[in-house]
Design a protein around this ligand. Structure first.
Ligand SMILES: [Zn+2]
Ligand SMILES: [Zn+2]
Length: 101
């Protein structure tokens, strides 16, 4: 199940489950929109692109498939990116669109 991480991995900004600013890569690396822009849509951990994180329903519309039963994790992943090192990586990986990487 998708791990809803509580903050941006780079700037540690709060990204609650209902945030429309949360972006994830396919491995659930989680960043805010500003940082994704800064990272040039290249995940520093895997090189993949980002998409908006889906919002898990707050209300139990069906079979308990909702936030209360499947809450966000409280474990913070905060590992600021070395932006200088990332620039070279992003130049390389960013040459390709995410679907070609
Ligand atoms: Zn951020
Ligand atoms: Zn990633």
């Amino acid at each position: 199940m998708l791990e809803l991480r509580p903050t941006c991995e780079h700037c540690n900004k709060r990204l609650p489950p209902h945030s429309t600013e949360a972006m994830i890569c396919s491995f659930e690396c989680t960043f805010c929109r500003d940082c994704v822009r800064l990272l040039q849509n290249v995940c520093p951990n895997c090189g993949g692109g980002f998409t908006p994180r889906p919002i898990r329903p707050l209300h139990d519309w069906k079979n308990g498939n909702a936030l209360p039963r499947h809450p966000a994790t409280t474990r913070i992943t905060h590992q600021p990116v070395d932006l200088q090192a990332h620039a070279a990586f992003a130049a390389l990986a960013g040459e390709l669109s995410p679907e070609q990487r």
